[in-house]
Design a protein around this ligand. Structure first.
Ligand SMILES: *[C@@H]1O[C@H](CO)[C@@H](O)[C@H](O)[C@H]1NC(C)=O
Ligand SMILES: *[C@@H]1O[C@H](CO)[C@@H](O)[C@H](O)[C@H]1NC(C)=O
Ligand SMILES: *[C@@H]1O[C@H](CO)[C@@H](O)[C@H](O)[C@H]1NC(C)=O
Ligand SMILES: *[C@@H]1O[C@H](CO)[C@@H](O)[C@H](O)[C@H]1NC(C)=O
Ligand SMILES: *[C@@H]1O[C@H](CO)[C@@H](O)[C@H](O)[C@H]1NC(C)=O
Ligand SMILES: *[C@@H]1O[C@H](CO)[C@@H](O)[C@H](O)[C@H]1NC(C)=O
Ligand SMILES: *[C@@H]1O[C@H](CO)[C@@H](O)[C@H](O)[C@H]1NC(C)=O
Ligand SMILES: *[C@@H]1O[C@H](CO)[C@@H](O)[C@H](O)[C@H]1NC(C)=O
Ligand SMILES: *[C@@H]1O[C@H](CO)[C@@H](O)[C@H](O)[C@H]1NC(C)=O
Ligand SMILES: *[C@@H]1O[C@H](CO)[C@@H](O)[C@H](O)[C@H]1NC(C)=O
Ligand SMILES: *[C@@H]1O[C@H](CO)[C@@H](O)[C@H](O)[C@H]1NC(C)=O
Ligand SMILES: *[C@@H]1O[C@H](CO)[C@@H](O)[C@H](O)[C@H]1NC(C)=O
Length: 833
């Protein structure tokens, strides 16, 4: 493909250099100037270059030793005259600055220092090496401006790659680089306008131009039209606005046009048909309006058309059916309407079709299963009607199907049609079947199903017995229906089930003890294996609040047991304490009675525990203070009594979490009088002291949380650059954009020791530096656990304290906001008091 356009000549060149090295090393010795240049380079690195003579970085050592012939050093290539022509040290664990002396290698043709840990500036002298053909310093931590106000003289340059560093200022223009074919400055902090006229004016032979993921702004530049040979143009992940200028549509060699995540507007004009070589067109996350032009007959090689999250209207262009190579068609989240009327028989390469969140009407085309390669189909949130066509029984390639939020009917025929599909792993049928249908009882099959979501369907009947046969099931959501009867105990015997939501039904009876033995929620369980990665967004969207959640991998779901809003009776089983892997337990709004068992403190991973709106009595067990990841705790509206435990996460919970329990006392409710529980009266003084104390702790926590949020966003950003495709898919959700995903990434700190609240608050303050150092910048080897909400790292602070640092994933945003709001309230109390 186009992106590799310049790679072949370079590979040949490197090969030649290596051959030269092999043949020439014996007779040639490198010149003293080159030797000094390389010694200087080595001296700039912490610890030199692995494999170079030990004394190389040592200015005082003489050149008479073995180390004197630099042509023999690892990664160094010389020509017959002994001049260094190549320094090729990619992925060589180099750490340190790039010494200016490197620019002394006057004959250098190839410099490849990609994927190291180089920092500091790019020496300006490197941009005046007249023989340099390849400069690759990608994936380092270099910073500052490139070629700002510096004389650039690179007449031989062919391939220029400074991507994934921290460069800033305006992007470099390699004036005089008339032979340049490949230019990549992606993943930096370059800003300002893209000077297309200067880039293409200087280097009309450019084939690859990548300026992705920077801070470029301004209107889409005119001038790319001069790059007549352009094969790839990538400007994604910037803030470029305006309409596409005409000259872009003269680029008849263009194969890749990637413009996603900008602020582009206007129409995609009919002259799109001039881009007849296009293989991939990605304009996702912009503000394009109007119809998609019906010109795809002129673009027969198209393999990907991605335009989700724009403002496109009109119908699907009929000529798309002519793109027989089309693999990906993603038009999610637009305002497209009409029938889904493509000729699917002609789309034999189509693997991924996402038309979700549009205004399509009519039935599902019965010919869809003729796309024999299709694995993922999302038609959710349209206005489609009718039944799932009987032809879907032959849709054997299908792995993922979401039909959420349409007006399909006949759940029985839907499940019967789909039950035999051998490759189906995820089925999401939420918000359909509005007629109040019965949950079918006579289903068999779904042998490979891992995710089954039939929520919000007004379905009645019982939780059907055929679910017991779904041995691969990991996620089951039947919430918001009218299902009645008991919770069947066999749900606890599904080996892999780690997410169970049957909330908002009319289930009654006791919580089956078997649920306390769900293998995938217990230590050593089998639920976390992720044999194949699911790369398709789908949604679970409880509508009890505005809280929407989106996951694009099954493994991202938080291990959960959600039985809320039913008519469950009896006690909270103490045995639930054995669920050491569960993250969310919601038993709220039932009719549960008896005590909160102290054994629940065994659920050591739990982050959210809600038993509110039941009839529980007795004290809140102090053992719950040991749940160090508990960030949401709600026991409101029960009959609890006694003192609220102190310590651990309890200092962060909101007063509202304890409301409606008149007999409860403690910092979050009424003050505990020593003699009686109804201490309403005059104890104001003591109360103020106490809340002031909490304020100090809370202020420290706020500071820490905010600081760490910055750190996490930076880390996330770095990560997201390398995971561009994943990030894009992950952002394609219903509840937030890429940006909100970034904002929602938070880090929380939980000290492992138990002396919370009464220790030296000054000592507890942790700085961002402490945390980054303590976790080795979130080093993978420091991971001690992971779950639906994020990774847990072990950190050793400077003073020797061991703490668990948790990087929360975006899904927990809402909870974090609530947590923070509460902490802020407490701080305000302090300044008032
Ligand atoms: C540099 O040379 C000095 C004296 O010869 C020696 O003490 C020192 O260890 C050398 N340093 C390195 C990094 O080899
Ligand atoms: C630099 O080396 C890496 C690793 O071998 C390689 O992938 C990359 O293509 C090289 N860069 C250039 C411009 O040849
Ligand atoms: C870099 O080197 C490490 C270890 O030698 C290796 O595992 C990794 O695949 C290499 N990465 C690249 C991009 O070559
Ligand atoms: C560019 O980065 C350098 C250091 O990395 C910084 O000192 C400078 O202020 C930055 N310049 C701009 C324009 O952001
Ligand atoms: C530049 O380097 C990055 C990282 O090594 C690589 O992914 C990218 O393909 C390179 N760009 C070009 C145009 O080859
Ligand atoms: C598209 O191609 C047609 C026919 O070759 C040509 O007349 C027209 O100017 C081209 N449009 C653009 C924007 O280059
Ligand atoms: C699209 O336009 C709206 C209104 O002008 C603006 O708020 C929004 O940020 C734009 N979206 C993008 C992706 O530029
Ligand atoms: C859907 O598209 C609109 C318009 O481009 C955009 O504002 C919104 O953020 C998108 N929604 C998502 C979830 O991406
Ligand atoms: C689609 O359905 C929604 C809700 O069912 C309705 O409000 C809307 O008017 C419908 N739109 C069309 C174009 O039928
Ligand atoms: C089902 O999945 C398997 C494994 O992913 C694959 O080899 C097979 O081709 C698929 N079946 C069909 C009909 O696509
Ligand atoms: C559902 O479809 C089946 C055929 O699969 C049909 O027998 C039945 O009558 C349909 N039910 C309703 C309510 O339309
Ligand atoms: C729970 O049971 C009571 C009495 O049996 C009934 O009135 C109520 O409707 C039930 N609630 C639900 C959500 O089914």
């Amino acid at each position: 493909m186009g992106s590799r356009g310049g790679a072949l000549p370079v590979a040949v060149l490197v090969l030649l250099l290596l051959l030269v090295l092999k043949n020439g090393a014996a007779q040639s010795r490198c010149s003293s100037g080159d030797l000094a240049a390389l010694r200087g380079f080595s001296a700039g690195l912490d610890g030199g270059v692995d494999g170079w003579p030990a004394a190389v970085g040592n200015a005082s050592s003489s050149s008479t030793s073995d180390g004197g012939d630099c042509c023999a050093w690892r990664g160094v290539a010389c020509d017959e005259a002994g001049e260094v022509v190549g320094v090729v040290l990619p992925n060589a664990t180099l750490r340190g600055v790039v010494a200016e002396s490197l620019a002394g290698l006057a004959a250098l043709r190839v410099l490849n220092l990609s994927s190291n840990a180089l920092r500091g500036a790019l020496p300006a002298g490197l941009l005046r090496l007249r023989a340099l053909q390849v400069l690759d310093v990608s994936v380092n931590a270099l910073e500052g401006a490139v070629a700002a106000a510096a004389v650039v003289d690179l007449p031989a340059m062919r391939e220029f790659n400074v991507s994934y560093n921290a460069f800033n200022g305006s992007h470099p223009v390699l004036a005089g680089a008339g032979r340049l074919t490949s230019y990549d400055v992606s993943g930096n902090s370059f800003a300002g306008h893209v000077d297309a006229a200067a880039l293409c004016g200087a280097s009309p032979g450019l084939r690859t131009l990548r300026l992705s993921m920077n801070g470029f702004s301004g209107d889409f530049p005119v001038g790319f039209g001069q790059c007549r040979s352009l094969v790839e143009l990538s400007l994604d992940g910037n803030a470029i606005a305006g309409a596409l200028p005409d000259d872009v549509f003269g680029l008849t060699s263009l194969q890749v046009l990637s413009l996603h995540t900008n602020s582009l507007s206007g129409h995609l004009p009919p002259s799109l048909r001039n881009l007849s070589s296009l293989v991939r067109l990605d304009v996702s996350f912009n503000n394009f309006t109007g119809d998609l032009p019906d010109v795809f007959d002129a673009v027969p090689g198209l393999q990907e058309l991605s335009a989700p999250s724009n403002l496109l209207t009109g119908v699907l262009p009929a000529t798309l059916s002519r793109c027989s190579r089309l693999r990906i068609l993603n038009l999610r989240n637009n305002s497209l309407a009409g029938d889904i009327g493509l000729d699917f028989r002609a789309l034999q390469s189509l693997v991924y079709l996402d038309l979700g969140v549009n205004r399509f009407t009519g039935p599902i085309p019965a010919s869809l299963p003729e796309c024999r390669a299709m694995t993922a189909l999302n038609l959710g949130r349209n206005n489609l009607t009718g039944e799932i066509p009987a032809t879907f029984a032959a849709f054997t390639s299908l792995s993922f199907l979401s039909l959420t939020g349409n007006s399909f009917s006949n759940v029985s025929s839907a499940l019967r049609t789909l039950q035999g599909l051998p490759n189906l792993t995820s089925l999401v049928l939420t918000k359909n079947f509005h007629g109040g249908e019965a949950m079918p009882t006579d289903i068999a099959g779904f042998a490979g199903i891992e995710v089954l979501v039939i929520a919000n369907g007004e379905l009645h009947g019982a939780i059907p017995a055929w679910l017991a046969g779904l041995s691969k099931l990991k996620v089951l959501d039947l919430s918001w229906n009218h299902l009645a009867g008991p919770i069947p105990p066999w749900l606890g015997e599904l080996d892999r089930l780690f997410y169970l939501d049957v909330s908002n039904n009319s289930l009654h009876g006791e919580i089956p003890l078997k649920l306390a033995r769900m293998p995938a929620l217990m230590a050593g369980g089998d639920g976390s294996d992720e044999a194949h990665v699911q790369n398709f967004p789908f949604f679970i969207r409880p509508n009890s609040s505005a809280r929407g959640r989106q996951y694009n991998q099954v493994s991202r779901f938080p291990p959960s047991l959600v039985l809320a809003r039913n008519n469950l009776t009896g006690g909270v089983p103490a045995a639930l304490g054995a669920l050491t892997r569960v993250h969310v337990v919601d038993l709220s709004w039932n009719a549960l009675s008896g005590p909160i068992p102290p054994e629940l403190s065994g659920m050591s991973s739990v982050e959210s525990l809600d038993v509110s709106h039941n009839a529980l009595s007795g004290a809140i067990p102090p053992s719950l203070a040991r749940l160090s990841f508990l960030s949401h705790f709600d026991v409101a509206y029960n009959n609890l009594s006694g003192e609220v435990p102190v310590g651990g996460q309890f200092s962060t919970f909101s007063r509202a979490d304890f409301d409606g329990n008149p007999l409860l006392c403690g910092i979050h409710a009424a003050r505990c009088a020593p003699q009686a529980v109804d201490g309403g009266g005059g104890g104001d003084g003591g109360r103020k002291d106490r809340s002031a104390n909490v304020g100090v702790v809370a202020a420290t926590i706020v500071g820490t949380v905010l600081l760490l949020a910055v750190a996490a966003v930076a880390t996330w950003r770095a990560w997201s650059r390398r995971q561009e495709d994943n990030a894009r898919v992950a952002a394609d959700d219903e509840s937030g954009s890429l940006e909100s995903a970034a904002r929602s990434t938070l880090v929380l700190l939980f000290a492992n020791d138990d002396d919370n609240g009464n220790g030296d608050d000054g000592e507890r303050t942790m700085t961002l530096d402490d945390v980054l150092k303590g976790t080795g910048n979130f080093d993978e080897t420091r991971i001690v656990g992971c779950g639906g909400f994020g990774m847990v790292y072990r950190a050793t602070l400077a003073d020797g304290r061991e703490v668990a640092v948790k990087r929360l994933s975006g899904d927990f945003w809402q909870m974090e906001r609530e947590f923070r709001a509460e902490v802020e309230t407490l701080s305000r109390n302090k300044s008032n008091g």
